[in-house]
Design a protein around this ligand. Structure first.
Ligand code: SAM
Ligand code: SF4
Length: 363
C-alpha cells in the first residue's frame, strides 16, 4: 500500500495539470476508497431547519447582514416529518443543519433529537455552528451522534478576515472540534476551495490537518460567490495571492477530495452539493469516483428550499424528496455503486474491523 502523501506531495498534486498524471491520482483515491469504505454510498438526508444566522461570514448568503433574505425556522413537527421521510427512503442518517440560530433553544432541539432517536433507527448529525459547550453537550445527551463544523481554512489570518467573531469571543473551530470529540460525537469538518486569498500551501495544510485531527467526516466544496456578501460582491477587497491563489474550480475540488481520501482512507467524504452546483450534470458522480463515499439528498420542505441560499443557483432546489431520491438511485446505479444500508458510521466500521481481527488504518 502507498503511504499517505505528505504536505510536499499534496502541494505537488494540487498544482498538477497533466490529465494522464491526474488519472493516476483518481485511480489511487478510488482504489483506497473501495478498500477502506467499500462501494456503498451512504445517504444522509439533509434538513435545513433554519436560515436565521447570528453571524456575518463574508462568504455566506445566510449572514445576518443579508436583509433581503426571507427567514424561516421549521417547526418541531416539520423536522420530525422530514426525518420520517429519511426512514421511508431507507437513508441511515438525518442531518439537521442551520445558520447559527440562537432562536433554536437547546432544550427544544434536544426534545426533537430524543424523539427522532426514540422513534426511528436514524443516526442524527448536527451542523448548527459554534454553539456553546452546554448546548453541544445537551444535544449529545439527547442522542445526537455526529457534529459537522468546517474549519473552512487552516490559514488563521484568512479565517479571521472572512469569519468575524460574534461579540468579543475569538472563534476557534479547531478547539470546538476537539471538544466535540470529548463529548463523544463523531466529528466532521472541512473546507471551501478557492476562497479569495487562499493559497496552494494553505490547502495542503488543510488536507494534512484532516489527518492530524483524525476526522470521521470531511466535506470539501468549491467557494461559490454570493452577490449579497462581501466576498461575492467585491472579491478584490480581499488579498489576492497572485500565482499562489487556489482557483475555485471543479478540478481543484476533485484533487482535494482525492488527496483527502489518501490522507484519511476510512473517513466518510461526501460529494458535496456545492460540487453538484458547479457541475450539475455529473459533479457528484465524478466526486464519488475520485474518493467520495457519501451523498446528502435534500429533504428540506420545498417551500423553504430556495430560502436556504448559502450561494446562488444551488443544486436540487426545485426537486421534491421523492424526485431527489429517484434521481440519486439511478445515478448511483449508472456508476456501478449502490446505496449503503444502516448509519454508515466510521466508528461502526472500525469496531467491525477490530472484531474481525483486522488492523485499523492510521494513515
Ligand atoms: N452555520 C453552520 C456553520 O457555519 O457551520 C452550518 C451551515 S453553513 C451554511 C455550512 C457550510 O456552508 C459552511 O461551513 C461553508 O463551508 C459552506 N458555505 C457557506 N457559504 C458558502 C459559499 N459561498 N460557497 C460555498 N460554500 C459555502
Ligand atoms: Fe451563518 Fe454558517 Fe453561513 Fe456563517 S456559514 S453565515 S455561521 S450559516
Amino acid at each position: 500500500m502507498n503511504p499517505a502523501p505528505d504536505k510536499t506531495e499534496i502541494s505537488g498534486w494540487l498544482r498538477e495539470e497533466n490529465p494522464e498524471r491526474l488519472k493516476e491520482l483518481w485511480q489511487r483515491a478510488d482504489e483506497t476508497r473501495r478498500q477502506h469504505v467499500s462501494d456503498a454510498v451512504h445517504l444522509r438526508g439533509l434538513v435545513e431547519i433554519s436560515n436565521f444566522c447570528a453571524r456575518q461570514c463574508a462568504y455566506c448568503g445566510l449572514r445576518a447582514g443579508n436583509t433581503n433574505l426571507t427567514r424561516y425556522r421549521m417547526s418541531a413537527e416539520e423536522i420530525f416529518t422530514a426525518a420520517q421521510q429519511a426512514v421511508n427512503f431507507a437513508y441511515g442518517t438525518v442531518v439537521l443543519q442551520a445558520g447559527e440560530d440562537y432562536g433554536i433553544p437547546a432544550g427544544w432541539l434536544a426534545e426533537i433529537i430524543q424523539r427522532i432517536k426514540g422513534e426511528t433507527p436514524l443516526a442524527v448529525t448536527l451542523s448548527l455552528g459554534e454553539r456553546p459547550d452546554g448546548d453541544l453537550a445537551a444535544w449529545r445527551v439527547a442522542g445526537a451522534d455526529r457534529y459537522l463544523l468546517r474549519f473552512e481554512t487552516s490559514d488563521r489570518s484568512l479565517f479571521d478576515a472572512i469569519h468575524p467573531p460574534l461579540g468579543n469571543k475569538q472563534c476557534d473551530r479547531i478547539a470546538i472540534l476537539r471538544q466535540l470529540r470529548e463529548f463523544g460525537y463523531e466529528v466532521g469538518s472541512g473546507i471551501m476551495v478557492g476562497i479569495p486569498g487562499q493559497t496552494y500551501a494553505s490547502v495542503a495544510e488543510d488536507i494534512a490537518l484532516f489527518g492530524e485531527l483524525d476526522l470521521d467526516m470531511i466535506g470539501i466544496g468549491p467557494f461559490i460567490p454570493h452577490p449579497a456578501t462581501p466576498l461575492g460582491a467585491d472579491r478584490g477587497k480581499f488579498p489576492a495571492a497572485g500565482q499562489e491563489q487556489v482557483p475555485n474550480t471543479e478540478l481543484m475540488v476533485y484533487k482535494a477530495v482525492a488527496l483527502t481520501r489518501l490522507v484519511r482512507p476510512d473517513a466518510n467524504i461526501p460529494a458535496t452539493t456545492a460540487l453538484a452546483t458547479i457541475n450539475k450534470k455529473n459533479g457528484r458522480e465524478l466526486g464519488l469516483q475520485r474518493g467520495a463515499n457519501v451523498f446528502m439528498p435534500n429533504l428540506t420542505p420545498l417551500k423553504y428550499r430556495r430560502l436556504y441560499e448559502i450561494y446562488p443557483a444551488k443544486a436540487c432546489i426545485t426537486e421534491t424528496g421523492e424526485t431527489c431520491n429517484g434521481c440519486l438511485t439511478a445515478r448511483l446505479h449508472a456508476i456501478g455503486r449502490h446505496a449503503g444500508r444502516g448509519a454508515g458510521s466510521r466508528l461502526d466500521r472500525r469496531i467491525a474491523a477490530l472484531s474481525a481481527g483486522k488492523e485499523l488504518c492510521h494513515a
